[in-house]
Design a protein around this ligand. Structure first.
Ligand SMILES: NC(=O)c1ccc[n+]([C@@H]2O[C@H](COP(=O)([O-])OP(=O)(O)OC[C@H]3O[C@@H](n4cnc5c(N)ncnc54)[C@H](O)[C@@H]3O)[C@@H](O)[C@H]2O)c1
Length: 324
């Protein structure tokens, strides 16, 4: 079976159908694909069905799906059966290196030779988890952000043996299903966005430990402050504007030597007091709203926000170079 054009994929396999796997199933179904899925947990097929019943109305509201949920999902008895006809395999099993090494070797042995195999791992290194695959050239990491049907970013990263043609194909495939794929340059644990999140989170924890701020104050500081600018244009272009007409050159002249002067950025062990402050603080902020209520609030706001920014024209979007 030859590899289809990236925007003509008809058959996807989803392995592991928990939080992330079920969201990929929904997205692939909404894009007209037939999906074969497998998960070893007892009752997984029924749980996936229940999860899709929750996700589908959200996709419809976001304009990503139309009509009733299509009847193109087949839950299989083995991973081999799930991938046997697949053109794209998305692996979403538990974040455990030994488990993924074993599972990816099985998927590699059973999938058609041209199928592309992607792992959703949040931070395991691709060359390590692909080490028992016979055809690692068709393997890559495609790391989504929760919930994958809503947050556009998917980080792509090959292993040492991934073919450049497969990476180019994957960039086009994820773009064709409405994602914003970002091809990373190097294998590093945690990839890109989670490393940045980790640095910010480490500082949040330090500030609580040091008694500088409560969890509520930290959330206001980000959500009502830099978070709004970051969501539109990220920290680099934001600092370009900090320098006024002089742009980044002026910003660096002003602040260039003080990078990291304020932030602590050391690994932190959470004290019992800080753990309690985080749990109590976020409970106060939730003010009786359930996690599901808060998820619905987040999804609705992020959906409107993405529509607005797309309409206005996102500044960081790649533009075609003007002819000289
Ligand atoms: N939750 C997130 O925010 C998030 C975001 C991006 C990526 N990820 C990554 O996605 C993957 C799945 O995470 P999740 O949050 O959906 O976890 P989850 O616990 O919700 O789902 C994991 C699923 O894997 C199944 N499983 C267990 N053993 C398996 C095996 N041998 N083969 C196949 N499936 C198996 C479990 O039954 C479960 O349904 C992980 O690699 C994680 O790092 C998670």
């Amino acid at each position: 079976m030859a590899r289809p054009a990236p925007d003509k994929v008809l058959r996807a396999a989803v392995i592991g159908t928990g939080t992330i796997g079920s969201a990929w199933v929904a997205l692939f179904l909404a894009r007209g694909m037939t999906v074969t899925a497998w998960d070893p947990a007892p009752g997984a097929a029924a749980r996936l069905d229940a999860q899709l019943s929750k996700i589908w109305p959200k996709l419809t509201k976001l304009g990503l799906a139309k009509g009733r949920r299509p009847d193109r999902l087949i839950f299989t008895a083995t991973p081999e059966a799930a991938v046997a006809q697949a053109e794209l395999v998305q692996e979403n099993a538990l974040e455990n290196e030994a488990l993924k090494i074993d599972l990816l070797a099985r998927l590699d042995a059973a999938a058609p030779r041209d199928a592309v195999i992607a792992s959703s791992t949040s931070g395991l290194l691709p060359t390590r988890i692909a080490r028992r695959m016979k055809r690692p050239e068709r393997f890559l990491i495609a790391h989504p952000f929760n919930p994958p049907y809503l947050i556009p970013l998917v980080e792509l990263l090959g292993c040492a043996k991934t073919s450049p043609a497969v990476l180019a194909w994957a960039m086009k495939f994820y773009a064709a299903i409405g994602k914003t794929p970002l091809l990373l340059k190097k294998e590093v644990p945690g990839f890109l966005a989670n490393r940045i999140q980790d640095a910010v989170w480490a500082e949040c924890v330090h500030l609580i430990e040091a008694g500088v701020a409560t969890p509520e104050q930290i959330d206001i500081a980000i959500a009502q402050g830099p978070g709004l600018r970051w969501a539109v244009m990220g920290p680099c272009l934001t600092y370009h504007l900090t320098g006024g007409e002089g742009g980044m050159t002026a910003t660096l002249a002003h602040f260039g030597d003080s990078v990291g002067k304020w932030a602590t950025l050391k690994p932190t062990r959470l004290s019992a007091k800080t753990r309690k402050a985080l749990i109590d603080g976020t409970r106060r902020e939730a003010a009786g709203r359930s996690v599901r209520d808060l998820e619905a609030f987040r999804d609705s706001c992020v959906g409107s926000f993405i529509r607005t920014v797309t309409r206005e024209g996102r500044p960081a979007a790649p533009r075609k170079a003007k002819p000289a």
